[in-house]
Design a protein around this ligand. Structure first.
Ligand code: NAI
Length: 282
């Protein structure tokens, strides 16, 4: 039986110090928890540390020194053995994640909760390799983690009710708004959002101008950003990958990825991150 994760003395282990892991470590430390963040090499940790420093500097009026003091960067996962909660943010590969869940299950105390930040993989599959499947949950943060308000809590068919309550309390402690999603591909947000991005790509393939489509959705549907600009921001490759997971996960042709997205990825037009997607970026 777990208890609410509200005590500030609690330790949180974050595995992976990439884009998401570093962001998660930052917001967890900002909420007053002690954080142990693990990655494979010192270089990975330095890159994550840089990301956190830049984000804190940008935020301005925060107690940077104390927040940084609460984060321990390490390459040894064993340093996180006392954590009450582990959140993994390693690459989106089920075999890698399962291997890590086996390690975490052996390492952590029996009452600890193990969470995944996966954007598309099955939480049930990850829980099944542990001896504590009812204490495994999805904590799906959005990028950039310190800025985006939402935390999508993904509940597998194994997750217990009190673990869901602990996760909600934890999310609120981080200053996030939480929603509860069932463990099916795309959860809630990507399930609704990504097919719309796909449809916008089909419109471009049929000869429509990206600028017109984006203006249409902003002015006619009151969206703050057009679907094609958003695809460029998320990454054309990431959108394609998520569509493929929906397509395979539901075995349903309504999620068939637009061939233009495939061509763009093949051509290296990945969006804002490499300067060219539906728009060009200098
Ligand atoms: P990333 O590639 O930036 O970071 C992954 C990090 O994990 C790397 O630093 C890598 O060295 C490290 N790593 C790999 N294997 C490891 C291991 N066994 N132990 C410790 N560290 C290890 O990836 P990113 O974008 O941060 O994504 C991480 C997870 O978050 C994925 O599951 C992804 O689907 C999910 N996600 C990503 C979002 C995004 O916008 N990038 C949004 C929401 C979720």
């Amino acid at each position: 039986m777990s208890r609410p994760l509200l005590q500030q003395c609690d330790e949180v282990l974050v595995i992976g110090c990439g884009l998401m892991g570093a962001g998660i470590a930052q917001v967890v430390a900002q909420a007053g928890f002690n954080v142990i963040v693990v990655d494979r090499t010192e270089e990975d940790l330095i890159r994550g540390k840089d990301q956190i420093e830049k984000a804190l500097t940008k935020q301005g009026n925060v107690d940077q020194e104390n927040i940084k003091k609460r984060i321990t960067f390490t390459t040894r996962i064993i340093d996180g053995k006392n954590a009450n909660l582990a959140i993994e943010a390693i690459p989106e590969k089920i075999d890698l994640k399962k291997e890590l869940f086996v390690t975490l299950d052996k390492l952590l105390k029996p009452e600890a909760i193990i969470a995944s930040n996966t954007s598309s993989l099955s939480i049930s599959a990850m829980s099944s390799v542990t001896k504590r499947p009812e204490q495994v949950i999805g904590l799906h943060f959005f990028s950039p983690v310190p800025i985006m308000q939402l935390l999508e809590i993904v509940v597998s068919i194994n997750t217990s009710k009190d673990v869901v309550e602990s996760a909600k309390a934890f999310g609120e402690k981080l200053g996030k708004k939480t929603i509860i999603a069932k463990d099916y591909p795309g959860f809630i947000v990507n399930r609704v959002l990504v097919p719309m991005l796909n449809e916008a790509a089909f419109l471009v393939m049929e000869g429509n101008d990206p600028y017109e489509i984006d203006r249409g959705m902003m002015l006619g549907a009151n969206h703050p950003i057009g679907p094609l600009k958003l695809t460029d921001m998320v990454g054309v490759d990431v959108v394609l990958y998520t569509l493929q997971s929906l397509y395979e996960g539901f075995d349903d042709s309504k999620y068939r990825p637009c061939p233009l997205l495939k061509r763009m990825v093949e051509a290296g037009h990945l969006g804002k991150k490499n300067g060219k997607g539906f728009y060009e970026y200098k």
